[in-house]
Design a protein around this ligand. Structure first.
Ligand code: MTE
Length: 301
């Protein structure tokens, strides 16, 4: 897929929308500057495909802590308290502990990354994230030898996350990556979208983004990161192991048992926008295919 160095969302956005957003951003920058400061250019990791609008990205969400529909998170997540926020770093690390968000992020470089985002439900978007490489955070806390996986956990706070109150969904939402996947430069922890702090419905204040994997790997509202030597449990795999594997790499050749993964519906394409073919590793194969050399992607789906 085409990658251009130094591509920014303003370069691939129609000028009228861009100007509009600039005005919004001017205000937002005053409010939320701290998480977005110190940004550097992404070198070659962004797509030049036009990003979805902020409206699209923040009104069509999957976030079961706030309900099962695509519309509920935008409304119901607004009551979530995200400041103060701390993240527990645990397991096989040199510097375990509870880190306040600002402490956790200090010294790390926030970059813009315009990534394709492909949900396992066969819809897709292009999102201009701001975030930092997870590898930087892992280096900062010191990964011990013998660690093989990184486990992530979402906040558990039923008073503010109504979906966590009862029901059969096992909360907190958990996810995991193999250490080499976590260390890959494409893997980021997002703190913003369109130069604004991450909307709550998109996983504020901190969520994972792994662009070559189905969206459910990109866990939101992270409060715990654990380095471990065993493959950690992951929420959708717990719910239906035959439908959702640990790896969840985007793969048009491995269908979901109940639907095809060969194509996808770009959100915002309009009624006549049509579908497009899904690409192995969501188009990031040049960068990530080597991580899976020798693995059978039908077995490790
Ligand atoms: N993280 C948590 N904690 N809870 C969720 O329900 N849904 C996942 C993922 N992360 C989810 C989550 C799924 S299925 C997708 S497709 C993406 O978040 C959606 O991210 P978006 O709403 O920013 O598009």
């Amino acid at each position: 897929m085409p990658f251009k160095p130094d591509q920014r969302w303003s370069d691939v956005t129609p000028r009228s929308q861009f100007m509009n957003r600039r005005q919004i951003m001017a205000g937002a920058a005053l409010l939320g500057g701290s998480l977005l400061g110190g940004r550097a250019m992404a070198a070659g990791y962004s797509t030049d495909e036009p990003p979805n609008t902020l409206e699209e990205i923040s009104s069509y969400n999957n976030y079961y802590e706030f309900g099962y529909s695509k519309e509920e998170p935008a409304e119901k997540a607004q009551g979530l308290t995200i400041d103060p926020w701390s993240v527990e770093i645990a397991g096989m690390v040199d510097k375990p502990g509870n880190y306040g968000l600002a402490d956790l992020i200090s010294g790390l470089t926030i970059e813009e990354r315009i990534y394709r985002f492909r949900c396992v439900e066969a819809w897709s978007m292009v999102v201009p994230w701001q975030g930092f490489e997870l590898s930087g955070l892992l280096a900062k806390v010191g990964v011990q030898s013998g660690a093989k996986f990184v486990a992530f956990e979402t906040l558990f706070r039923p008073e503010e996350m109504p979906g966590q109150d009862g029901g059969t969904f096992p909360y907190p939402y958990v996810e995991g990556l193999r250490l080499d996947e976590a260390m890959h430069p494409l893997t980021i922890m997002a703190t913003g979208i369109y130069d604004q702090p991450l909307p709550k419905q998109n996983g504020a204040p901190l969520r994972l983004v792994v662009p070559w994997k189905y969206g459910f790997k990109s866990i939101k509202a992270i409060v715990k990161i654990t380095l471990t030597d065993v493959m950690p449990p992951t929420t959708w795999n717990i719910l239906a192991a035959n439908e959702y594997g640990f790896y969840a790499n985007v793969n048009p050749g491995v269908d979901h048992p109940r639907w095809s993964q060969a194509s996808e519906r770009p959100i915002g394409g309009g009624l006549f926008g049509g579908r497009k073919d899904t690409v192995l590793f969501n188009g990031y194969g040049d960068q990530v295919a080597n991580l899976y050399a020798g693995q059978d992607l039908r077995v490790d789906f």
